[in-house]
Design a protein around this ligand. Structure first.
Ligand code: NAP
Length: 273
């Protein structure tokens, strides 16, 4: 169900309280997996800089609650699974009908339902990881690229994918998740080579960011885990949103195919996620 907030529904959020650059004025973005965590922070930053967003996630109620925290008229939401082709098509139709075009696609939705060795990983779970994290990412780009009503090429749109440091170096317990994120980085380069000059494609690769997703990696031992990070702390969603904003904005108009590692120095110090 599409939900559009009314002008009277909510006051402007706190992210609008200080003046910020308006790099996304007139721009339209889709951010998948944006009812909380990194995706929500990205969507908030795009809106704070003048853009409008369509946010997605599976759980309709949580998504509607997240949408209600945006300033009026800046957000719409559509619930569905990132790995469902019908959902992707519905989002593209909705964005075309509502906004008349698309400028930024942030492939943020990602899963890691399993912690353990790759020898213990059931192949069905491995397929699901690939389906959401890799095929889903490609499917969203294809859906945007082929939708005439979005004019994604004509508007010189761009894509930002969520990878992970687990895709740079093997990480204990989340090995196959890392395989899917390595694929996302390679896909980012492949798409960048294919889709230029009109469309840019970049990625970010965070280490541990404090969200529901990563709780198992730090909860109850945050000080111990943070000690591996030269910058002395774990990431927060805004650390990632800032970098996504750089790639998505005109600041990066000569940048494509890149993955920016956002890890508080973890990999440089020989650490793993
Ligand atoms: N947090 C980290 O440490 C970290 C590090 C590296 C990379 N990343 C990547 O960053 C991205 C966001 O992670 P996060 O930490 O922000 O996670 P999060 O706080 O758990 O948020 C995940 C968001 O995605 C939605 N989602 C999950 N599975 C989905 C699916 N199959 N289809 C559609 N929406 C889905 C969730 O809502 P519903 O549950 O309602 O669907 C939620 O809105 C992921 O791609 C993750 O791999 C995270």
């Amino acid at each position: 169900m599409v939900r559009q907030r009314s002008i009277n529904e909510e006051k402007i959020g706190t992210c609008m309280s200080t003046p910020v650059a308006q790099r996304f004025a007139g721009k339209v973005a889709i951010v998948t997996g944006a009812s909380r965590g990194i995706g929500l922070a990205i969507a908030k930053r795009i809106v704070a800089e003048g853009g409008r967003v369509c946010i997605t996630a599976r759980k309709e109620e949580a998504l509607a609650e997240a949408a209600a925290t945006f300033p009026p008229g800046t957000v719409t939401s559509l619930a569905g699974k990132a790995d469902d082709p019908e959902h992707r098509a519905a989002v593209m139709d909705h964005v075309a009908a509502t906004y008349g075009g698309l400028d930024v696609l942030v492939n943020n939705a990602g899963i890691n339902p399993f912690y353990g060795t790759t020898m213990e990983l059931e192949l069905g779970a491995a397929r699901k990881l690939l389906e959401v994290n890799v095929i889903g990412t490609l499917g969203w780009v294809q859906a945007a690229y082929h939708h005439d009503g979005l004019a994604f090429k004509e508007r010189r749109g761009n894509v930002v994918n969520l990878a992970s440091v687990a895709g740079k170096v093997p990480s204990e317990g989340i090995g196959f998740y890392g395989v899917t994120k390595a694929a996302v980085m390679h896909l980012t380069m492949t798409l960048a080579a294919e889709l230029g000059p009109e469309i840019r494609v970049n990625a970010v690769a965070p280490a541990v960011v404090k969200t529901d997703f990563a709780k198992a990696l730090y909860e109850g031992r945050e000080a111990e885990v943070s000690a591996d990070y030269p910058l002395g702390r774990l990431g927060v969603p805004d650390d990632i949103a800032g970098a996504v904003m750089y790639f998505a904005a005109a600041d990066a108009e000569w940048v494509t195919g890149q993955t920016l590692v956002l890890d508080g120095g973890l990999l440089s110090a020989g650490g793993t996620a």
